[in-house]
Design a protein around this ligand. Structure first.
Ligand SMILES: Nc1nc2c(ncn2[C@@H]2O[C@H](COP(=O)(O)OP(=O)(O)OP(=O)(O)O)[C@@H](O)[C@H]2O)c(=O)[nH]1
Length: 336
């Protein structure tokens, strides 16, 4: 592999020449320098052999019957797709025009026949150096790409829970407002807050508090069943759920299911006046976005609804638009 190449390593060299004698001479010179040789006597065969064997370097005759060496170079460059195999042209002619055409076709150097072993050795060393430098450059680029991906992950995700952070939630909310506006579809947003979490921390300690936040986060992640649903940590013990294509009644049903799932998970709360287990309250807002809809406006409405849910006794979601909480909706439904 190129990435592992060191300057001392032997190369696999593809020699392309329609005449047997220059091929033999090149083979002898290359083998005396410790390189491995592949041979091709025709242009199409050379491209096929290149594709099969992926040599480290190509010695390419210019004048051949049918397609010439420039054609072979162009085929190889097109087939490499971002790769780079050094191509040295070998020709009886070495006028400026010839050299220019060779470089234009994708060649890296142009040598005149007959070539001496010393010159060939020097040219190969130069190409090997370039290969090593290129491999290092690729390695650095890959490291940079990985570091960038890590930075992106850090800038959009919360370290404790692995959920999207506030910045990523805000960005997605803007995107979904625009998407739902285009589609004419409802968008629901929920802000959630664990009930009496200060008491949890004060009783069980911050480490247990962190573990509880992780458990709730996992539960919210699992609750995002549709591809466009998103759960994020909005800050502290507050979470956000973005539910595109979800009308207000659907959002209420979703919220009730979420509370049931949390109740079933039965995460013990050491000091909650609401229940022996962890509960949460949520504020819901739903709209079909129009030109006047903003992320800030939706967040404010969801926060207002969350305040209502807390005021009405916690362990429930309140919908801003329905002016109803999940408890009231449950009783309404059971009366029907
Ligand atoms: N363990 C832990 N605690 C956190 C973290 N972030 C915020 N908190 C705690 O969450 C608690 C939030 O307390 P409050 O805002 O008073 O709310 P609450 O006690 O949940 O009361 P209500 O929301 O009214 O039910 C504070 O004690 C914060 O220290 C965190 O990352 N880890």
């Amino acid at each position: 592999m190129i990435a592992m190449l060191s300057i001392q390593e032997s190369l696999t060299v593809l020699v392309v020449d329609d005449q047997a004698v220059p091929r033999l001479l090149a083979r002898a010179a290359l083998e005396s320098l410790g390189h491995r040789v592949l041979e091709s006597a025709d242009p199409e065969g050379a491209v096929r052999l290149f594709m099969q064997s992926r040599p480290d370097l190509i010695l390419l005759d210019v004048e051949m019957p049918g397609h010439d060496g420039y054609w072979v170079a162009r085929q190889i460059r097109a087939a490499e797709q971002g790769g780079w195999t050094p191509i040295l042209f070998l020709s009886g002619r070495n006028g400026d025009e010839e050299v220019w055409r060779g470089i234009e076709a994708g060649g890296d150097d142009f040598l005149s026949k007959p070539i001496t072993t010393t010159l060939l050795s020097a040219k190969l060393r130069a190409m090997q150096r370039l290969l090593v430098m290129r491999a290092k450059l690729l390695e650095r680029s890959e490291e940079l790409r990985a570091a960038n991906a890590q930075l992106r992950e850090l800038s959009t995700h919360d370290a404790l829970t692995g959920l999207c952070n506030r910045r990523a939630i805000d960005e997605r909310l803007h995107q979904e407002i625009a998407a739902c506006r285009r589609e004419g579809q409802p968008l629901s947003l929920a802000l959630l807050d664990i009930d009496h979490f200060k008491r949890f921390n004060d009783s069980a300690g911050h480490v247990a508090g962190d573990a509880c936040l992780k458990q709730v986060s996992q539960l919210l992640t699992d609750a995002c069943l549709r591809p466009r649903d998103l759960a994020g940590r909005y800050g502290g013990e507050e979470f956000a759920l973005i539910l595109p294509l979800t009308p207000r009644s659907g959002a209420m049903t979703y919220a009730r299911a979420l509370l049931r799932t949390l109740a079933r998970a039965a995460i013990p709360h050491p000091d909650s006046p609401v229940a022996p287990n962890v509960t949460l309250s949520g504020g819901l807002t739903t709209c079909v976005p129009d030109e006047a809809t903003t992320a800030e406006g939706l967040l404010l409405r969801a926060d207002d609804a969350l305040y209502q849910a807390k005021a009405k006794g916690r362990n429930r979601f309140f919908s801003y638009e329905m002016q109803l909480d999940t408890e009231e909706q449950l009783h309404q439904n059971s009366r029907l």
